[in-house]
Design a protein around this ligand. Structure first.
Ligand SMILES: Nc1ncnc2c1ncn2[C@@H]1O[C@H](COP(=O)(O)OP(=O)(O)OP(=O)(O)O)[C@@H](O)[C@H]1O
Ligand SMILES: [Mg+2]
Length: 224
């Protein structure tokens, strides 16, 4: 079974590239899969990460290409050649994001539990519900990222999830907390799973992926 996974959203710096990269490594390892990353960001964050990665012979290589704009047909034909296609798409390329939403099985939108990130929800809800009409199998989820680790701040995460659900969108229970290892692992083209397989960040990525893939791709009416 091959599938397209879009890590998207309009908010800059929410952790899209970071999550896309870590999910790509997780899928490569866990499913022994042939993964392609598609970088839709002209700043080439993920392409640069892949370049660093593929220069290090100790890391399993991952393929990557850059695509912009009307990428629907490209994604469909790439989906036939790879087991998984992971698309990293930010707000600069709205056309590419909508195109990817029209073919993706899973759409993951990272947001920090902050007002400025949550303010993008009405527009994301609008885009997702439009795309769901042409792509009813799509499973869309919000993932809270860079969450404050202090126990006194825990309420903020729960409140942010409530805001997400008030837009009839699904928020995963699994989150990422604010940890330097995410930033540090990127530098070397690596993933938190590879740098510290038994660490908390690696647990977070595995939990997010496992929770995500446990949601069956089907026309569910509970959420968008
Ligand atoms: N859970 C986390 N804890 C700490 N830092 C994180 C976490 N997730 C991401 N980061 C860091 O936050 C910064 C922004 O993340 P990233 O580049 O993935 O965001 P983005 O949404 O792709 O941004 P852009 O909109 O510019 O494409 C990076 O330095 C990344 O390492
Ligand atoms: Mg990015």
């Amino acid at each position: 079974m091959s599938m397209i996974i879009l890590v998207g959203g309009e908010k800059g710096g929410s952790g899209k590239s970071c999550l896309a990269q870590n999910l790509a490594v997780y899928i490569t390892q866990k499913f022994e899969a042939n993964v392609l990353m598609v970088d839709c960001d002209p700043q080439r964050t993920t392409s640069d990460w892949i370049q660093a990665r593929n220069n290090d012979p100790s890391l399993t290589p991952i393929n990557c290409i850059q695509l912009y704009g009307k990428i629907r047909n490209d994604l469909l034909s790439l989906d036939e050649r790879f087991d998984y296609v992971v698309v990293d798409c930010g707000g600069q390329d709205n056309l590419a994001m909508r195109a990817a939403m029209s073919v993706a099985t899973y759409v993951v939108i990272p947001l920090r539990p902050k007002r400025r990130d949550l303010k993008t929800l009405p527009h994301m809800e609008d885009m997702l519900s439009t795309c769901k009409m042409v792509n009813p199998k799509m499973v869309a989820t919000i993932v809270m990222t860079q969450c404050p680790a202090l126990p006194t701040q825990f309420k903020r995460i729960l409140e942010a999830k409530e805001v997400v659900e008030s837009y009839n969108l699904r928020a995963l229970n699994s989150v990422t907390f604010n940890r330097n290892i995410y930033d540090d692992s990127e530098e070397s083209g690596s993933s938190v799973i590879e740098i510290e397989p038994d660490g908390k960040a690696a647990d977070e990525i595995r939990a997010i992926a496992d929770e995500l893939f446990a949601i069956p791709p089907e026309n569910s009416h509970e959420f968008i």
